[in-house]
Ligand binder design. Structure first.
Ligand code: NDP
Length: 420
């Protein structure tokens, strides 16, 4: 029995909320709150028509404003808040949860909307120098809430999507059941889906393009090694998908895994991209369309990447036209009982199967299901621990069981091909 407040009603939220409705034992009441309340109302109607017993209400919230989130929390009195809006809102929602002493869950770590804001920019440039990576996001902003959350007796579960999220649970599971020591981790994110457009992103375009066009980096021997965007390319033959080109990116779980598994010598993250995606992205970048700095156009300020977002297909609309599969997982090399071993834990997800079940494509599905699982484990108490944590810091077993139960079954291959 629980009351959950969900903030955001985009592609990921639509899956997370429907999956909560399927998990009747845990989620008995939900309030769907977002900027555009009509999306919440439409989803409420869909869930009620499907006959799920969960009691749903809807409301509008401006999650950039902690006071407005506090207003909604005080009004609804939830047991937890699931933030599936954008990373820009993480800190405002965490502040509101702290004020109201309510557990907090999200799927992506904080980054600011305006990367030119002077106070933030100065701190960012200092961090780039000190830590050696230049991504706009990092965990420091949210880890800074550790003591405040502990004092308030509330749990903050950070990054319970697929990557980050499941990939970190896979790491905890590998360490618990397969290794005495992990030496190398390669996280591989392959989307073998085809939506038929020359160019579209499969989650929020602004967040996606910021991430992909940034410098890459990996963790090696206790420090970051930064690369130019798309500088390191490999090919890999993914089970059930086939041969794909993949590129090394900076990715947020590397930071948490590097901290929480200090014995690991190297952690890398690779994502597959087709040539058409890369050509379009390079061209858009060259003409300034990926910029986050406002420009004056016909007397008003516009942010180029936000204008581009308005032109691109809404990721939530890709479901009916996307065919093919995703394969996301981790290859671990380490030592067990004095012997070297390698395992690959992965999930394969079919875009059309996801669409048939929930009306969404596999990227939203593979993020929304783990968002529900992390929230359920906090609400049930299995993963309740005052403070702020990533998904690798809890017992992975109940999470792994729920992945099988709720549509993301995983495979352990004990003889995989490694990435060079
Ligand atoms: P969408 O853009 O589809 O949805 C975002 C939702 O948040 C929209 O409903 C939007 O409202 C709402 N929103 C935005 N700003 C505000 C605000 N100020 N106040 C209230 N509501 C707001 O994004 P996605 O669903 O694709 O992504 C959701 C989250 O999931 C992101 O943080 C993303 O980074 C993360 N993600 C994580 C992954 C992982 O594996 N860990 C993978 C993919 C995504 P409106 O409808 O009005 O636009």
């Amino acid at each position: 029995m629980s009351r959950l407040l969900v903030i955001g009603c985009g592609g990921v939220a639509q899956v997370a909320i429907q999956k909560c409705a399927q998990n009747k034992e845990v989620f008995t009441e939900m309030c769907l709150a977002s900027r555009t309340v009509s999306k919440c109302d439409a989803l409420k109607e869909k869930i009620e028509k499907a006959g799920y017993p969960v009691k749903i209400t809807t409301t509008t919230v401006n999650a950039d404003d902690a006071a407005d989130v506090v207003r909604v929390i005080k009004d609804y009195q939830p047991d937890a808040v699931l933030n599936v809006a954008l990373p820009y809102q993480d800190l405002a929602i965490m502040d509101a949860c702290l004020e109201c002493k309510v557990d907090y869950i999200d799927t992506a770590n904080y980054e600011p909307e305006d990367t030119d804001e002077p106070v933030w920019r100065a701190a960012y440039e200092k961090r780039c120098k000190e830590k050696g990576f230049t991504a706009y996001f990092d965990y420091s902003y949210q880890w800074a809430y550790m003591d405040k959350f502990k004092k308030a007796g509330i749990t903050g579960l950070l990054g319970t999507g697929f990557d980050p999220g499941v990939t970190s649970v896979f790491t905890a599971y590998a360490k618990k059941h397969y290794f005495d020591r992990i030496d190398y981790i390669d996280i591989l994110d392959c989307n073998g889906g085809d939506h038929g457009y020359a160019f579209a992103t499969n989650f929020n375009p602004e967040i996606n393009l910021r991430e992909v066009s940034a410098n890459g980096s990996y963790w090696e021997d206790g420090h970051w090694v930064e690369t130019k965007p798309m500088e390191i390319k490999r090919e890999y033959n993914f089970p059930e998908v086939g041969q794909k080109d993949m590129y090394l990116l900076h990715h947020e779980e590397i930071e948490a895994l590097g901290r929480n598994f200090p014995e690991v010598k190297r952690i890398r993250f690779f994502m597959t991209f087709g040539q058409s995606y890369l050509d379009h992205m390079r061209c858009l970048e060259d003409v300034g369309m990926l910029s986050t700095t406002p420009i004056k156009f016909e007397g008003r300020d516009i942010v180029p990447i936000q204008f581009l977002k308005a032109l691109l297909p809404d990721p939530a609309s890709l479901g009916p036209r996307t065919v093919g599969k995703t394969n996301i997982g981790c290859i671990f090399r380490g030592v067990k009982d004095g012997k070297e071993k390698v395992i690959y834990i992965y999930n394969v997800c079919d875009h059309q199967e996801c669409y048939k079940e929930l009306g969404s494509q596999a990227i939203s599905y593979t993020t929304g299901v783990p968002a529900m699982i992390g929230t359920a484990l906090v609400l049930k108490g299995d993963w309740k621990k005052p403070g702020v944590y990533t998904t690798d810091e809890f017992d992975p077993d109940p999470y792994m069981e729920m992945l099988n139960e709720y549509g993301l079954p995983w495979v352990v291959d004990e003889n995989p091909v490694e990435v060079e």
